[in-house]
Design a protein around this ligand. Sequence first.
Ligand code: NAD
Ligand code: IPM
Ligand code: MN
Length: 347
Amino acid sequence: MLIALFPGDGIGPEVVTQARRVLDVVCGDALSYEEAPVGGAAYKAEGHPLPPATLDLAKRADAILFGAVGDPDCDALERHLRPEQAILGLRKELTLFANLRPAKLFPELADASALRPEVAKAIDLVIVRETNGDVYFGEKGMRTTPGGRRQGYDVMSYDEDEVARIARVGFETAKARRGKLCSVDKANVLETSQLWRDVVIEMSAEYPEIELSHMYVDNAAMQLVRNPGQFDVIVTGNLFGDILSDQASMCAGSIGMLPSATLDAEQKGLYEPIHGSAPDIAGQGKANPLATILSAAMMLRYSLGKAAEADRIEAAVAKALAAGHRTADLGGSVATAQMGDAVLAAL
Ligand code: NAD
Ligand code: IPM
Ligand code: MN
């Protein structure tokens, strides 16, 4: 089975290196790897954040392990050349529309959560985030008004098929878990959200066993901090899911802990930590590699049919944390590679 390795920018290569070490121990020769540049690294080497050979590798591979993209040197480039276009382009070109972002507190990390330990320990949820539509992919631009002012615009739109396919993933995910689905929208203001809510309600007739609720996104942000234990599965749009998942990460201890899978309709997937390239700590060996190591575990489970190997990795992460290893984001001083060592030792 072929894995496309896309380390990207900033801490991306640092954390992907540790995930690769873990995969080598757990899977040995069962997996082969091809690496290609993405993001700012690809722009600097080849003049484009998602070069054709990188996209081709993504299409050929059985799964993609992605670090992060984003480089402050590139912030002044035209938008289509910026590093972030690499991840957006991969999601769109490969129709990776279902981004699963589980947030669960490892009990050893109760002290690292932004919440009181007794509130934090209840967090065990999955955010099912749509990643092919919304304001991300609508028409956008800069124009000048008749009055001569600059005006930026981004069109938010969803069609019913786009909502239905992610709603289905939400219902199915809830069915495989505790049977509770919370659909998060802003239907009190947005037409896209009214359509979202209507489509989710229509589909709920097929899932009488699922306990469905609806919540406005502002309330959902508050409820995540007040009582995250009330959520099982949250299904939401691209922008809301992006924001709520960073927030959920701090409830579960750190942005450096949350993995993700972004799947198409056939379980082909791209696996990446939810965090970015963290330019503020890049090159310093401070990054927490566990989100990427846990993303590799999700890859084994969802795309490669290796659930036992995924279980081994997740158990090793728990063991490394139980042994007291903590990177700086978790309040410790263990370096990126040492955290990798700790997971290998636990394996
Ligand atoms: P970020 O997630 O990169 O960093 C936010 C904060 O969290 C920083 O202080 C950083 O040091 C810390 N952090 C992130 N990951 C960490 C880890 N593994 N261990 C320890 N600390 C960690 O978000 P940002 O600063 O807003 O964005 C930086 C760049 O990354 C931007 O260019 C952004 O567009 C990009 N980005 C890319 C992705 C992606 O590739 N999927 C995701 C998010 C942001
Ligand atoms: C993420 C990131 C991306 C997003 C950016 C880099 C385009 O924040 O993967 O969470 O907004 O989807
Ligand atoms: Mn994000």
